[in-house]
Design a protein around this ligand. Structure first.
Ligand code: HSE
Length: 435
């Protein structure tokens, strides 16, 4: 491309993020973004006005953006699996570079989309799909490329982090904290993707693919959301020196890569415990570098547009022959040849077990016996709130490291025990002596 020619951009989606991206391009009077031209914006509703985006650029016809020869690059910020995946595929087949923030499409169809970029000699970049404005994918792919990544441990969902932080601070219930997050615009009207941890699972899938070359498809990732976390759990965890965070963890072991997203007890004195509100944080561990900590705003128009525009400008820079750009965020060419993704059975961690048990002599002995038969060693037992009317008390049992399969079997037996009214919660404790 001649140096004086501008890079043509087509935009798919003009929600909060898309409109922000459009404004950054349209408002640029100097600097790198002023060498971009926005040629068209695909929207669902052409009658909705978008501040700072001329209505003449809007269209409801995807072909007008995808088949526009002036577009060198397509920015996809519609979200969702389809039709976003098909549009990205069509764009790459017609020789256009693609920048996307779409974690679901990347997590589910990473192999296909990465393959299409390679086959068509174009760049596919997706920094904004994980951690909002935090440049974590570029760090893994570029800065740490000489390292073997050993582990990733992250808070990569701002909504759930906001809810858990506010439950911890205010002692509120999950339902009240969710309602507050919705009122403040931090949680969607339908919060499923966030609170049931689909969002964090997709992001971990992308991280694991890039960091380990592992085909960590969403269904290989253990996923638990935060609906079951009660105000009591945060209170009891606090009394034991912990808070509770929704962690996304991928770790390389001798048997393969294990990926899991679930609430975890985090010691109050480690940095991860202090990541509050909608912030995201990622802790990476490379064999040469050791631990690395990245923290920032993981969602919202500004941070997401920052990551999208970083990708756009890197590609535009590369197209001008300036080097350093035009490189796909592809990870290994085919993650299907990467290390295996292993299940949860052989995971060894400590557990927090909360039981509502009958408050009577001999009960503890019966419960301890079940742990013993499951080959699980108890580290401590605390009795909390008693319900005198029902004759029940809350027992919190902390274990020594135990095998996940043994713990699950023990939990099933505890649920059947006559002295246990209910197993209220089982939460893994994150070990901060290992990174
Ligand atoms: N809903 C996500 C979050 C942001 O709460 O972090 C978009 O990935």
């Amino acid at each position: 491309m001649p140096v004086d020619q501008k890079t043509g951009v087509g935009l798919l989606g003009a929600g909060v993020v898309g409109s922000q991206v459009a404004r950054v391009i349209l408002d640029a009077t100097d600097g790198a973004a002023s060498n971009l031209t926005l040629n068209g914006v695909l929207v669902r509703d052409i009658n909705r006005s978008r501040e700072g985006v001329p209505s003449g650029l809007l269209t409801t016809d995807p072909e007008q953006v995808l088949s526009d020869d002036r577009n060198d690059l397509i920015v996809e910020v519609m979200g969702g699996e389809e039709p976003a995946r098909s549009y990205m595929a069509a764009a790459m087949r017609s020789g256009k570079h693609v920048v996307t923030a779409n974690k679901e499409a990347l997590a589910k169809h990473g192999d296909e989309l990465v393959g299409l970029a390679a086959d068509n000699g174009v760049t596919l970049s997706y920094e904004a799909s994980v951690g909002g404005g935090i440049p974590v994918l570029a760090v893994i792919q570029d800065s740490l490329s000489a390292n073997r990544i050993e582990s990733i441990r992250a808070i990569i969902n701002g909504t759930t982090n906001y809810i858990l932080s506010s439950m911890d601070e205010a002692g509120s219930s999950f339902e009240d904290a969710l309602e507050e997050a919705q009122e403040l615009g931090f949680a969607e009207a339908d919060p499923t993707a966030d609170v049931d941890a689909h969002d964090a699972m997709y992001k971990l899938s992308i991280l694991a693919r890039l960091a380990f070359g592992a085909s960590a498809l969403p269904d290989t990732i253990h996923r638990e959301g935060i609906r079951n976390i009660g105000a009591k759990d945060l209170r009891y965890a606090g009394a034991l020196g912990y808070t509770i965070k929704l962690l996304a963890i991928a770790r390389s072991g001798s048997d393969g890569i294990r990926c899991r997203v679930h609430p975890a007890l985090v010691p109050n004195d480690v940095p991860m415990a202090k990541v509050n509100g909608v912030l995201n944080a990622v802790e990476l561990n490379g064999d040469l570098l050791g631990p690395l900590w990245l923290q920032g705003r993981g969602a919202g128009a500004g941070p997401t547009a920052s990551a999208v525009m970083g990708d756009v400008l890197r590609i535009a820079h590369g197209m001008l022959g300036n080097g350093g750009g035009g490189k796909s965020q592809t990870g290994s060419p085919s993650a299907t040849n990467g290390p295996p993704v292993v299940g949860m059975d052989d995971l060894e961690v400590c557990y927090y077990v909360r039981l509502a048990a009958i408050d009577r002599f001999g009960v503890l002995a019966k419960i301890a016996n079940v742990f013993g038969e499951g080959h699980i060693s108890i580290a401590s037992v605390l009795q909390f709130d008693a319900d005198d009317e029902r004759g029940l008390a809350d027992l919190v049992i902390m274990t020594h490291p135990a095998r996940e399969a043994n713990m699950q079997e023990t939990a099933a037996r505890l649920r059947q025990l006559d002295v246990v009214a209910s197993l209220e919660n089982l939460i893994r404790v994150e070990d901060y002596d290992t990174v």
